[in-house]
Structures are given as structure tokens and as C-alpha cells.
Design a protein around this ligand. Structure first.
Ligand SMILES: Cc1cc2nc3c(=O)[nH]c(=O)nc-3n(C[C@H](O)[C@H](O)[C@H](O)COP(=O)(O)O)c2cc1C
Length: 311
């Protein structure tokens, strides 16, 4: 693949000390030290990860095709270079304390804060550095309600189908018990949620959140789902660190897999898929200690030894 020279890093040879750090970290091997000791670009397939810029001790590498620095507007307490000290203890404590918030105050979330959350989200790794994520912000409660209404319409139709025993039987005949599984697992609670939504506006979907962030991805990226979910986790954590509440809303993601009208309403293209929907706001309740976790399931593998035993 040939690449426009403007999308490749450049080296300022007046600054470069030829330490070779950029050569060592480049995953595409586009940099080399030539016979005279100069760092040169030798290939043109660059994934634009920015590692050469990030590792250079003398700022001799430029990557003008990337934005360096998050340029946050509403998140306080950060240096522009991101250089705030965080102890491991503080980080782990924050991870432990984050909870899915299902009780929100009515306080709105400033759109610039939502934008900052998303910018922090994009510090996540992405497959082949594609950064193919697409974010849709819903800063107004009425838009969150509208997304909830479209989603509720989908589940109303699905519940109608699932309530039909003949249809469940027919679908199972074709070796697919998805409708039966849905009926047994979700039908009843969804039916209740839909009734409450209709009768008294109780919002069991978005839990009354005043805002939401939809994280979609370009399906032509190498790992769009993983990229979107890693960015989402960043968003959850930084929002928590700011005293905000978040909750992933998988019910909307599931509905969007089968009902294109959700993507259309959000202005997403045909090649963009929704991987997470995050309810965002301020918590109406405080958790005073971390929730426990199930015992970790892990094992230690020694594959080399296993192979030796087999041979
Ligand atoms: C993929 C995914 C989808 C989820 N969907 C929903 C949802 O639709 N509604 C909801 O209230 N919580 C949802 N959650 C939140 C989980 O129920 C929650 O993470 C889990 O119970 C653990 O609680 P914690 O986040 O407070 O640690 C979802 C979580 C994940 C990871």
C-alpha cells in the first residue's frame, strides 16, 4: 500500500540524536538507522500509531497527521501534556468503586464534558490502530427518551412475536431456539418495563439518565467491537473519577442489531455498527464500598511443557 508522504512521520535531523528509540518501537518497521547513523524512513506503510513521536527524547519526530494532546475543555486538573501522577492504588481503587448507575439526578451534563469523555475514550488501544470508532452524543434528556421510545417499539414487536407459541415452535423447527430463549429469559421483565414506560413513564431502560453516549464503529475496521468497548470502559472510568454516573445499556445495542431505525435515528451510516450505549449523568445514590466479585476463574498454562509431553 502506498501512503501519502504527508501521512508519514518526519524527522528533524537537527534535533535527532540517532538514539534509535523510534526505530525500536515502530510496529511497521518504517524507520531505520542508515549507514551514516541517520534515522530515515524506509517504508511507506505506517499505521500512524504515533509511537515514534511518543518515544523520542528530543522531540525530533513529528506526526502532524495526529492530534497530540487531548485538548480537554471541561475536565479539570489535567496538564495539557496529560502528565498527572496517578498512584496504582488510586487507580485500582477507582476501578473498584465504579458502579453501574441506575439512579440519576435530573442534572444535565454539559455537552463539552461529554466531548471530553469521548476524547479520553479514544486513548484506548484499537486494532491495527484503526481508531474507527464513531461517537454519537445525546446531551438532551428528550433525545435519550426518543432513543428509548424507538428501542421500546422494537421490544414491543419482539415480545408480540415471542408470545406466539406457534411461532416459537416454528422457529425451533429450523434449529433456532433464540425466540424461545428470549421468551423464557426476558419476555416477562420486558413486558413489565414496557407497561411501566407506557403507563407512568418509568424509565427502566435508561434509568432516567439525562444524557447518553453511543459508541459505534466502522465495520471495515479490523476489530470494531473490541475498539468500541475499550473506549467505552475508558469513558466509564473517567466519568466515575469525575463523580459522574454511567451505565452500559445493552438492550439498545441488541435492538440496534436487528432494527436499522435506531442507526438511522442516530445518523449512523450503513457501515457503522453500535457496540455500546452509555447512560450518563450524575448519581442519585452513593455507593459506600465496592461491590464484591465472583471468585476469579483462572488457570496457569505452561504450553511449552504440554507440547513436550505430547511429542
Ligand atoms: C455489555 C453490557 C451490557 C449491559 N447492559 C445493561 C443494561 O441494558 N441495563 C442495565 O441496567 N445494566 C446493564 N449493564 C450493566 C451490568 O448489569 C453491570 O455492569 C453488572 O451488573 C456489574 O455491576 P457494576 O457495573 O456496578 O460493577 C451492562 C453491562 C455490560 C458489560
Amino acid at each position: 500500500m502506498t501512503q501519502n508522504p504527508e501521512s508519514l512521520p518526519t524527522i528533524n535531523h537537527e534535533l535527532c540524536i540517532s538514539c534509535g528509540s523510534c526505530v525500536a518501537v515502530c510496529p511497521d518497521n518504517i524507520l531505520e538507522t542508515d549507514t551514516s547513523g541517520r534515522i530515515v524512513i524506509v517504508a511507506v506503510k505506517c499505521m500512524q500509531c504515533g509511537h515514534c513521536y511518543a518515544v523520542c527524547p528530543v522531540e525530533a519526530v513529528s506526526t502532524p497527521f495526529l492530534e497530540n494532546g487531548l485538548n480537554l475543555v471541561s475536565i479539570p486538573g489535567l496538564h495539557t501534556d496529560g502528565g498527572a501522577e496517578v498512584s496504582t492504588g488510586a487507580l485500582v481503587h477507582m476501578m473498584q468503586q465504579r458502579r453501574s448507575c441506575r439512579i440519576f439526578t435530573a442534572d444535565p451534563v454539559d455537552v463539552s464534558l461529554l466531548e471530553d469523555l469521548v476524547k479520553v475514550g479514544t486513548t484506548a488501544p484499537s486494532g491495527t490502530n484503526s481508531q474507527g470508532w464513531k461517537f454519537v452524543l445525546l446531551p438532551r434528556r428528550e433525545d435519550v427518551i426518543e432513543l428509548g421510545t424507538i428501542t421500546a417499539d422494537y421490544y414491543r414487536r419482539l415480545n408480540k412475536k415471542a408470545a406466539n407459541p406457534a411461532l416459537r415452535f416454528m422457529v425451533r423447527l429450523f434449529g433456532n431456539d433464540a425466540l424461545g430463549h428470549y421468551f423464557r429469559t426476558y419476555y416477562q421483565s420486558i413486558e413489565e418495563g414496557l407497561r411501566e414506560w407506557q403507563e407512568n413513564g418509568a424509565d427502566r431502560l435508561f434509568h432516567g439518565a439525562p444524557a447518553a453516549i453511543v459508541v459505534a464503529g466502522d465495520t471495515s475496521s479490523s476489530c470494531p467491537a473490541e475498539d468500541a468497548l475499550l473506549a467505552s470502559q475508558n469513558i466509564l472510568l473517567v466519568a466515575h473519577s469525575l463523580g459522574m454516573g454511567t451505565c452500559l445499556i445493552g438492550f439498545v445495542v441488541e435492538a440496534a442489531k436487528r432494527d436499522r431505525s435506531i442507526n438511522v435515528a442516530l445518523g449512523l451510516d450503513i457501515n457503522q455498527k453500535i457496540y455500546s450505549v452509555i447512560a450518563v449523568g450524575y448519581p442519585g445514590i452513593e455507593f459506600v464500598r465496592p461491590a464484591g466479585r465472583k471468585p476469579v476463574s483462572l488457570k496457569i498454562a505452561r504450553l511449552g511443557q504440554e507440547q513436550m509431553r505430547r511429542s
